[in-house]
Design a binder for this molecule. Structure first.
Ligand SMILES: [Zn+2]
Ligand SMILES: [Zn+2]
Length: 411
């Protein structure tokens, strides 16, 4: 079960049902809908019901009103027979999709705001425990999401957009908040639709900097000599990865943060060896480093760290999977009750998920027992922190806490 108690599940389902009854018309109607596979989770079952064929906007709206999905998805792919078994579907092509999730980012807040709970005793526990002290029950994870998580995810989206638009020249990009801890992007330019798995994998490698050759940028020369080529290094006025490497190296040197360099390079020894030199450069450098004066080991360290710093942290499996199901835009995410809201590219900067993705009532209150909750903002109001406390709060906030297993209506 995805909720703490059956009553919680029933309660959230009733709120979702009412939402879809009144708002199903506002969901995103995917292009070429009749060629897509649909799938969804119910509030009861734990496996996805998939291989569904929904031929029109009207049928999709009817489907949402009738089924009240906990989560609902459609394929990024187009098929001749969307409801057939996978090998008989007749793959016609697929949008190029990207998933950026705060789960995969090394945000510091995660350590502070994630915790566990016992669904029997309604007791919160620290994240590192696995069993309840009182009853021995296996504890359930509460994966919280905060502004810092989402800000980190948004920065990755911006990096990714720079690759997709700036380097690769894609023009038709759809973007959506996931409704929980990240963002989804879909490139829908005609010429990407036919790309196979291998070609998508190459795009993944490009945006993640996989296999990037520092030597090709003039950064590591003949291994027998200790200096790099004169005048051959990357510059911030260059294009593509050369610009990124130059920019990130300068940023990292000026910041001279040992912890960050260790994390990005994955090489604590090399960082230790060069940190004092980096600190010295941090005082001296303006904008263009004299590459040919830097020791080889330092170049190696900075190159590695800069690649990690400039790459876009995408879920690599999602993008290379040509049969992937993605969340239907403008539907409720069952892990939060927030809307997986579609966003215009020019609105990304200003987008505030905890205001603009709030779809459930904020003017209607309900009493819940909160096991634990960090402080949070929703719909322009501030809540918490709470611990072992009955609280009256707007429906949207209550559903967020119940969906996160941080609160229950059963006590
Ligand atoms: Zn317990
Ligand atoms: Zn966070």
């Amino acid at each position: 079960m995805v909720f703490l108690t059956p009553a919680d599940s029933k309660f959230v389902e009733s709120v979702f049902r009412r939402y879809y009854r009144n708002n199903a018309e506002t969901v995103l109607i995917p292009e070429r809908i009749a060629e897509r596979e649909f799938g969804y989770f119910t509030f009861e079952g734990e496996t996805m019901i998939r291989h569904l064929y929904i031929e029109s906007k009207e049928k999709l709206i009817e489907f949402l009103k009738k089924n009240t999905p906990l989560h609902v998805y459609h394929s990024a792919a187009f098929y001749t027979y969307p409801s057939a078994p996978m090998e008989e579907k007749g793959w016609l092509g697929a949008e190029l999709v990207f998933d950026i999730d705060a789960d995969h980012l090394n945000t510091l807040c995660k350590r502070e705001h994630d915790f566990k709970v016992c669904s029997r005793c309604f007791t919160p526990y620290p994240k590192q425990l696995s069993r309840c002290d009182k009853c021995g029950n296996t504890l359930i994870d509460v994966e919280w999401v905060c502004n810092l998580c989402l800000e980190a995810a948004r920065e990755e989206v911006e990096k990714l957009l720079d690759f997709l638009e700036g380097d690769l020249g894609f023009r038709k990009i759809r973007i959506a908040f996931s409704g929980n801890r990240g963002y989804h992007l879909a490139v829908v330019d005609e010429h990407v639709i036919g790309l196979g798995q291998q070609e998508r994998k190459e795009i993944v490698d490009y945006v993640t900097g996989m296999g990037l050759s520092l030597r090709s940028m003039g950064l590591i020369e003949d291994p027998k000599r200790d200096k790099i080529a004169k005048g051959g290094g990357p510059d911030i006025t260059d294009l593509g990865w050369r610009k990124r490497i130059a920019r990130s190296i300068i940023y990292l040197v000026l910041k001279a943060d040992e912890k960050e360099l260790t994390e990005l390079s994955g090489d604590p020894q090399l960082t230790k060896k060069y940190i004092n030199l980096i600190k010295q450069y941090s005082e001296e450098w303006s904008e263009r480093p004299a590459w040919d004066t830097l020791p080889r080991g330092l170049i190696k360290l900075l190159g590695k760290a800069a690649t990690a710093h400039a790459s876009a942290k995408i879920d690599v499996v999602v993008t290379s999977d040509i049969h992937r199901l993605i969340r239907l835009g403008n539907t409720l995410n069952g892990k939060s009750g927030l809307l997986a809201k579609t966003i215009n590219l020019d609105e990304l900067d200003e987008f505030n998920p905890f205001a603009q993705a709030v779809a459930l009532p904020i003017d209607e209150e309900v009493e819940v027992y909160v096991l634990r909750s960090p402080k949070f903002n929703l719909g322009g109001r501030e809540f918490g922190p709470y611990e072992n406390l009955k609280v009256n709060m707007p429906l949207a906030a209550a559903i967020l806490l119940i969906a996160k297993n941080a609160a229950t209506i059963s006590r």
